[in-house]
Every structure is written in C-alpha cells, then in structure tokens.
Design a protein around this ligand. Structure first.
Ligand SMILES: [Mg+2]
Length: 261
C-alpha cells in the first residue's frame, strides 16, 4: 500500500495540513507528523539540545514539540516501519519562492526527506490571509500522483507554489528567482518604552527574471521548481582554483611538509 508522510511548518492546526490530509487520502495511507505549533521561518533547524515528545492525536496523526525537520527525522526512524513512498510538506500559508526557500521550514522538511532518499514535495499557497485552499487540493493531488508514478531525479525535491487568484493560468516549470525583503526590521517599543526590533513585514525586492518561480506566480501560474540538495556553484570551482589560485595558496614549502607523508 502506498504510504504518504505529511508535515508542515505552520503546525498541526493549520488548514493547509488538513487539506493535504484529505486530498492525499485517495492516493494511499496518509501519516501525519507535524509540529505542535507554528515553526514558520525556522529553516532546517534540528533540535539537539533537549529531548522531543511525540504525541499520538489519532490514528496515523502525531504531533512533535519540535521543528519540521525533527518531524521528518522522527517519522522516518520511529513512526513508520518502512520509508514512505512520498513526503509532502505544506500547504504553507504564504509563498516559498526565491530567497524564501533558505528560510522556509516547509521546504526544509522536504529537503530532509530528500536527504533520506524519500521523494519529497513542498507546497505553498501564494498570497496573504485569508487563504483559500480550494484550487490547491486537486493540483497537489495530481502532482503527488505524478511523483508516485514517475519518481523524482536524485537528490531533488519538487517545490510547488500555487497562486490563489482565479483563474489559474496554467503551470510553469521554473528556476529559483530572488526575493529579498527590504526594510524587514521594524522598530517597536515594549510596554516600558524600550526600543526593540521586530523582524517581519517590509517590501519584497523582486528579481523576477524569465523562467523564475517569482515570475510564474506573479503572472498567475503554478510554479514547480526542481530544487537540488547540492548548493555548490559549479562554475565557482574553477574561479576558486584558477582565478583565486586557492589550492596552491596554503601549500607547505617543498620538502618542508609537517604531515610526514
Ligand atoms: Mg509557514
């Protein structure tokens, strides 16, 4: 029987997680292991400084007092008897495009699954509250079915961003663009009048180049980006070696090696 592991970063009470549970049930057994509270923007954090508590809420529904990455790690090692056929993370409240991907707990859960060779998909809804998941469910189900039928390339997850506005114009396979937040640090005062800083809000600076995820969602398309675990800039290797000449930089003088080799 097909087994699908689902998680998110918005927490167990998120509507997006509920939509995932319902929409994927037609494809197989759905096992939920999700954080017990909102973990948005926690990226790929792994909790190593305290023990974690797994709570069974219902048949195949668990919460963890940890991060999305913790949820995947515990699900794969302690909840499931065998690796799942698919991992789906989401549906996130808000887009994960461009630079968002580096901060995203939603995408990081899919990264964690990919590290364990589980075909993994991250799904996010573009826009701001109130979120409408009406269009997202069938799209997620169809994409999940394709992954189950055809698999994914090695070390690659599928990052999906779905616009809320209707009609959705179609689907674009995209590359990661840039979305940098400008003036994202607000000055606020606590009840005693002391200056504090609150990260959030601001204005996104978009670099919505051709074929990017940013460009697709802002033009009303579903964006589907293959994200690779390898963050290496392969063109940078020759720059580091040849232009910066780094490999000869720290060589010990000839005949004076301290390694004794
Ligand atoms: Mg979130």
């Amino acid at each position: 029987m097909t087994t699908i592991l689902i998680t998110n970063d918005d927490g167990i009470h998120s509507r997006g997680l509920e939509v995932l549970q319902k929409t994927l049930a037609i494809l197989g057994r759905v096992v939920t292991v999700a954080p017990d509270r909102d973990n948005s923007a926690i990226a790929h954090a792994l909790t190593m400084n305290r023990p974690l508590c797994l709570t069974r809420r219902a048949e195949d529904v668990f919460t963890l007092d940890g991060t999305p990455t913790d949820c995947v790690a515990i699900a794969l090692s302690k909840v499931l008897d065998a690796p799942p056929d698919l991992l789906v993370s989401g549906i996130n409240n808000g887009a994960n495009i461009g630079d968002d991907i580096s901060y995203s707990g939603t995408v990081s859960a899919a990264i964690e699954g990919t590290m364990y060779s589980v075909p993994s998909m991250a799904v996010s809804l573009v826009g701001t509250p109130p979120f409408s998941f009406a269009a997202a469910g069938p799209i997620v189900r169809d994409l999940a079915g394709r992954i189950l039928d055809y698999g994914l390339p090695a070390d690659t997850l599928m990052n999906v961003n779905i616009p809320q506005q209707r009609p959705i114009k179609g689907l674009r396979v995209t590359r990661q663009g840039r979305r940098i937040w400008k003036q994202a640090v607000q000055e606020v005062h606590d009840p005693w009048g002391r200056l504090r800083f609150w990260i959030g809000g601001g204005t996104p600076l978009l670099d919505a180049g051709k074929d990017t995820d940013v460009d697709a969602v802002h033009n009303g398309y579903v964006s589907v980006t293959p994200i690779h675990l390898d963050l290496t800039n392969h063109e940078g290797i020759s720059y580091f070696r040849e232009d910066l000449d780094l490999e000869s930089w720290l060589l010990p003088p000839t005949g004076d090696s301290e390694t004794g080799e």
